[in-house]
Design a protein around this ligand. Structure first.
Ligand code: GDP
Ligand code: IMO
Ligand code: MG
Length: 426
């Protein structure tokens, strides 16, 4: 029997490309949806029947009751957020304990990880990353320093001891940073401990064995990424990155998969760019066009509510993302936000310290000037279009331009936040 493939879906920009929506839409084509990295820093939105849902840790396939959802070993879990998400799903009539499974090896975000995140950020001053303050960096730091607590620990007899040792170690660091936690920590700890009961009600798995068995049985798997390629720990503009591998390779370590299983890599691309937090953003717009994108695209963080920085599509960055991920298919989202733009600029090269280049600079202090190719806007409402043929010719020219530049097929076009506002090319 031919080996069943695993497809990987991830963001190709700075996050918030519309991953949640596209995962929800393509889930019917898979048996399993598995999150492979990140944690509650993610906010994945999806819409159906006029209601918007936002998921942080739980895979975006959860609304399809008959599908298996897995939180992989590469994810970091805050049990409090997990419980909140589960309660919201239960209120909708879902029973997530039936179809959601959690890796025993996933690391836990402790209350003090969140405080450490805040303490480190406040120390950084101008160099602050603009973290979501969900404890991501400190939790992955403990993981790599071999100090972390994992999901399997909460059912171990010496869990309390391990927990208190870790909290005490964090308190020493916080004291050294003169960070006052006396008012906040007790309540945070109480909530955290209470929330463990919900996490414990789920089946804990070894995602590597589970997925291997499912694939052997011919089941198909979609690996769901969080954040975006330009926030990857290795390939983003370090240090303005997150603390996990957001790229396709992360799916193999984050789930425990053999790379031979790799099938399609679906890269989600927003028709313009947004970024939350600090760090280089070459095509950022500080003018009324930027404001228009923010307003029409409702560009406010799904996790923190922060306004997102907005700018033109950047093909230098996109080609880099396509390269490091081996993207086979692009899903283009949110072009409808630019329905009334007469001209749409696309960045096709950079001038880095005065020199023309099509490569991403590694130096975060490099002076980058984008070089734009202006394209004609379609000046038409595309949000009601149901087929590729129905899209305006000017919009198809814009898609063709992206395909020719990137040599990658735009296989999915999303023209609105709802499930139904999605066009498949084949
Ligand atoms: P994610 O983190 O990649 O899942 O993206 P977010 O959910 O944080 O942000 C994407 C936002 O755009 C959400 O509010 C979606 O509902 C919305 N969205 C997704 N696709 C489209 C689209 O094609 N058009 C419009 N107008 N909104 C979209
Ligand atoms: P989704 O999955 C957009 C950004 C933060 C900050 C940097 C580091 O919804 O696309 P962290 O909390 O990880 O220490 O923050 O990364 N960031 C995101 N930006 N979408 C996300 O997730 C993000 N997750 C983290 O704003 O700049
Ligand atoms: Mg998001």
């Amino acid at each position: 029997m031919e080996k069943q493939k695993i497809d990987i879906l991830l963001g190709l920009q700075w996050g918030d490309e519309g991953k949640g929506k596209i995962v929800d839409v393509v889930t019917p084509h898979y048996d399993v949806v598995a999150r492979f990295q990140g944690g509650p820093n993610a906010g994945h939105s999806l819409e159906f029947n006029g209601i918007r849902h936002v998921l942080h840790i739980i895979p975006s396939g959860i609304f399809h009751k008959e599908k298996t959802n897995i939180i992989g070993n590469g994810v970091v879990i805050d049990p409090v957020t997990f419980e909140e998400e589960i309660r919201a799903l239960e209120a909708m009539g879902l029973t997530p304990t039936d179809n959601l499974f959690v890796s025993k090896k996933a690391h836990l975000i402790l209350p003090t990880h969140k405080l450490l995140d805040a303490a480190y950020e406040s120390q950084k001053g101008d160099m602050k990353i603009g973290s979501t303050l969900k404890g991501i960096g400190p939790t992955y730091t403990d993981k790599t320093a071999r100090n972390g607590l994992r999901v399997c620990d909460i059912i171990s007899p010496n869990f309390e001891e391990k927990y208190h040792q870790t909290i005490a170690r964090h308190q020493e660091i916080l004291d050294g940073l003169h960070f006052d936690y006396s008012q906040t920590l007790p309540e945070m700890e109480r909530k955290w401990m209470d929330s463990l009961a919900t996490l414990k009600s789920f089946t804990f798995i070894d995602s590597e064995y589970e997925l291997f068995d499912l694939l052997q049985k011919g089941k198909s798997v979609l690996a769901e990424g969080a954040q975006g390629t330009l926030l990857d720990l290795e390939f983003g503009a370090y240090p303005f990155v997150t603390s996990s591998n957001t790229i396709a390779a992360g799916a193999f370590t984050g789930l425990g998969l053999d790379p031979h299983f790799a099938g399609k890599v679906i890269g989600i691309v927003k028709a313009y760019c947004t970024r939350v937090g600090s760090g280089p953003f070459p095509t950022e717009l500080f003018d009324t066009t930027g404001e228009q994108l923010r307003k029409q695209g409702n560009e406010y963080g799904a996790t923190t509510g922060r306004p997102r920085r907005c700018g033109w599509l950047d093909l230098v960055a996109l080609k880099y993302a396509l390269m490091v991920n081996g993207v086979t298919d692009i899903a283009l989202t949110k072009a409808d936000v630019m329905d009334n733009f007469e001209t749409i600029n696309i960045c096709t090269a950079y001038k880095v310290n005065g020199q023309l280049t099509t490569r991403m600079p590694t130096d975060p202090d490099a002076t980058i000037e984008p070089v734009y190719t202006p394209l004609k806007g379609w000046m038409q409402n595309i949000s009601q279009c149901k087929s590729y043929e129905a899209l305006p010719a000017t919009f198809k020219d814009y898609i063709r331009f992206i395909e020719e530049e990137t040599r990658t097929k735009v296989s999915i076009v999303s023209v609105g936040p709802d499930r139904d506002a999605t066009i498949f090319r084949e």
